[in-house]
Design a protein around this ligand. Structure first.
Ligand SMILES: CC(=O)SCCNC(=O)CCNC(=O)[C@H](O)C(C)(C)COP(=O)(O)OP(=O)(O)OC[C@H]1O[C@@H](n2cnc3c(N)ncnc32)[C@H](O)[C@@H]1OP(=O)(O)O
Ligand SMILES: O=C([O-])CC(=O)C(=O)O
Length: 478
C-alpha cells in the first residue's frame, strides 16, 4: 500500500515534567537525527508516536487533574476566546510573536527547511515533513516525500468528472470542497475501519489518506481554476515538479519567480495552532472517526467564511474599491484615513486587519512584505498596501473596538498573487486551502496516533446560567 516513504509548550503547571521529558526526547532526537537523515517518514513517525504516547501518559499521570484553563460566562458567549481546552501538537501561536511550526518561527523555517535551490523559499513538502515528525528533514528525505506525493498525485477520472459537472458559477471554495468529497470513496481509513482495524493502526490509515489528499489537492485546485475562469481548458499535471510548481503550471503560469512565491505561500498558510475555524473543524469532524476526506472538506467549508480564509479575497476587492474611490488621486495618509472611516461607518470590517489571538503584526504578513520589497517594490497595489499599514492600525485604534489593530496574513497575499497574474480574487482562498491541508491533516494523523476521543464539550442554556449563577449571586448578596 505504502511505497517509497511508506507511510512540542504546555502551561506553567506542566513545566517541570515537560523540561525533564524534553531533555530525554532531545537526546533521543539528536541521536536518531545523526543516524537517520535517510530514515523514512513512516519509520520516524513510528518511533515518535511511541515516544509521544509515553510522554502524554506521563504528563496526564503527573498533572492530569490540574486546571489548564477556565471559561467565564463572557467567554462562553464570546466564541470561547482564549479558553485553553485542547492540545494540538503541530504548531503553537504566541499572541506577540506569531506562529511557530513545531517550535520553529517562520524566519527559522525559511532558513532551515530545504528549498528547490540554496537560499530559496522552503518547499511546502519540507514543512509537511517537519509538521508530521517534528524534525527538519534532510534533502534526501524531502526528495523521497516529493516522490511519494508525485506517485499519488493523479486525480481519478471520476473525480475530474464530478468537478467538470459542477456549475462554474459555484464559488471556487464550494467546488474545491465538492472535489475533496468526491475522493472519499478512496479512503483507506474508512475501508479499514469498516473492516474492524485495531485502534493502534488508525493513524497509519489516516496518514495514507492524508498523503493522498495533499498530493491530489493541487490538481483539484487547478481544475477549479481552469473550469471557473478558462472555460474548462485544463492543463496536464507534470509529476516531476514539486507541488508548488506543479500547481502554478496547471493553473497556466510559467514564471519561476511565481513558483517561489507559491512555495512561500503554501508554507506559511499551512497551520495556525488548533483553535482556528478550519483546523478545529477538521479535528472536530475527525473526532467522530469521519475519514480525512470528510474531515478536511469540513475544514474547507469553515475556511471559506469572510472572517477566516475568505478575507484574502475581500482584501483585494476592498483595495480595488479604495483605488476606485481615490479616482486617480495619489494615495496619501489623509485620503486613506477618510476611506477607512467610510468603511467602518458603513458597518463593515476592514478586511485583513485584526485577529482573534494575535496582538501584533502577523509574521506571515511580514514575510510576504519582505518578498514584495524584494520582487515588486514598485507595484502600485503593494505601495497602497504599504501605506495602509501606516494608516489602518491608527484608525482602528482610534475607533477603540478592536483587540488588535494590526494586519494579518490576508492583508498581503492577494497583492502578490495579483502581481503574478492571478487576478481572479474569488480563487484566492482555494490556494489557502491547498496549504491548510499540510497542517490540519498532519495534526489529524497525530489525533489518531494519540487516540484522542470524540469531542463533546458541555453546553448550557441562558436559563441554566440564570438559575445556577445569577440567582446564586443574588441570594449570596442578600
Ligand atoms: C486567516 C485568518 O483567518 S486571519 C483573520 C481574517 N479575517 C479578517 O481579516 C476580517 C477582519 N477582521 C475581523 O473581522 C476580526 O478582527 C477577526 C474575525 C479576525 C477577529 O475577531 P474578534 O476576535 O472578535 O476581534 P475583536 O475582539 O478585536 O473584535 C472586537 C470588535 O472589533 C471589531 N473588529 C475586529 N476587527 C475589525 C476590523 N478589521 N475592522 C473593523 N472592525 C473590526 C469586531 O467586529 C468587534 O466588533 P463588535 O464588538 O461590534 O462585534
Ligand atoms: O488563527 C486564527 O484564528 C486565524 C488564522 O490566522 C489562521 O487560521 O491562519
Amino acid at each position: 500500500m505504502y511505497s517509497r516513504v511508506g507511510v512540542q509548550s504546555l502551561s506553567c503547571a506542566f513545566s517541570y515534567v515537560w523540561k525533564q521529558q524534553r531533555q530525554v526526547l532531545n537526546n533521543v532526537s539528536a541521536r536518531s537525527l545523526q543516524s537517520s537523515s535517510n530514515a523514512s517518514l513512516k519509520e520516524i513517525l513510528e518511533q515518535k508516536i511511541g515516544e509521544m504516547r509515553e510522554e502524554v501518559a506521563q504528563v496526564r499521570h503527573a498533572v492530569g487533574n490540574q486546571v489548564l484553563g477556565t471559561c467565564t460566562v463572557d467567554q462562553a458567549y464570546g466564541g470561547m476566546r482564549s479558553v485553553k481546552a485542547m492540545t494540538y501538537e503541530t504548531s503553537l501561536l504566541d499572541p506577540n510573536e506569531g506562529i511557530r511550526f513545531r517550535g520553529y518561527s517562520i524566519p527559522e523555517c525559511q532558513k532551515l527547511l530545504p528549498g528547490i535551490k540554496q537560499g530559496g523559499e522552503p518547499l511546502p513538502e519540507s514543512l509537511l515533513f517537519l509538521l508530521l515528525t517534528g524534525e527538519i528533514p534532510s534533502v534526501q528525505q524531502v526528495t523521497a516525500l516529493r516522490e511519494e506525493l508525485s506517485s499519488r498525485a493523479q486525480l481519478p477520472d471520476r473525480v475530474k468528472k464530478t468537478l467538470n459537472s459542477v456549475s462554474p458559477s459555484l464559488h471556487p471554495m464550494a467546488q474545491f470542497s465538492i472535489g475533496i468529497l468526491a475522493m472519499q470513496s478512496d479512503s483507506v481509513f474508512a475501508r479499514e475501519y469498516a473492516r474492524g482495524a485495531p485502534k493502534n493502526k488508525w493513524w497509519e490509515y489516516c496518514l495514507e489518506d492524508s498523503l493522498t489528499l495533499i498530493a491530489r489537492l493541487p490538481q483539484v485546485a487547478a481544475i477549479v481554476y481552469r473550469n471557473t475562469y478558462y472555460q474548462g481548458k485544463q492543463l496536464e499535471a507534470d509529476l516531476k515538479l514539486d507541488m508548488s510548481a506543479r500547481l502554478t503550471k496547471m493553473m497556466g503560469f510559467q514564471n519561476p519567480e511565481f513558483d517561489e512565491l507559491m512555495r512561500l505561500y503554501l508554507t506559511i498558510h499551512a497551520d495556525h495552532e488548533g483553535g482556528n475555524v478550519s483546523a478545529h473543524s477538521v479535528r472536530l469532524v475527525g473526532s467522530a472517526l469521519s475519514d480525512p476526506f470528510l474531515s478536511f472538506s469540513a475544514g474547507m467549508n469553515g475556511l471559506a467564511g469572510p472572517l477566516h480564509g475568505l478575507a484574502n479575497q475581500n482584501v483585494l476587492t476592498w483595495l480595488l474599491q479604495v483605488k476606485e474611490k481615490l479616482g486617480g488621486q495619489a494615495p496619501t495618509k489623509e485620503n486613506l484615513t477618510k476611506i477607512c472611516w467610510d468603511t467602518l461607518n458603513s458597518g463593515n470590517v476592514i478586511p485583513g486587519f485584526g485577529h482573534a489571538v494575535l496582538r501584533r503584526t502577523d509574521p506571515r504578513y511580514m514575510c510576504q512584505r519582505e518578498f514584495a520589497l524584494k520582487h515588486l517594490p514598485n507595484d502600485e497595489i503593494f505601495q497602497l498596501v504599504s501605506l495602509l499599514y501606516e494608516v489602518v492600525p491608527k484608525v482602528l485604534s482610534e475607533q477603540g473596538k478592536v483587540s488588535n489593530p494590526w494586519p494579518n496574513v490576508d492583508a498581503h497575499s492577494g497583492t502578490l498573487l495579483r502581481y503574478y497574474g492571478v487576478k481572479e480574487m474569488t480563487f484566492y482562498t482555494v490556494l489557502f486551502g491547498v496549504s491548510r491541508a499540510l497542517g490540519t491533516l498532519s495534526s489529524l494523523v497525530w489525533d489518531r496516533a494519540l487516540g484522542l476521543p470524540i469531542e463533546r464539550p458541555k453546553s448550557v442554556t441562558t436559563r441554566w446560567i440564570k438559575e445556577n449563577l445569577v440567582h446564586k449571586a443574588a441570594s449570596e448578596a442578600k
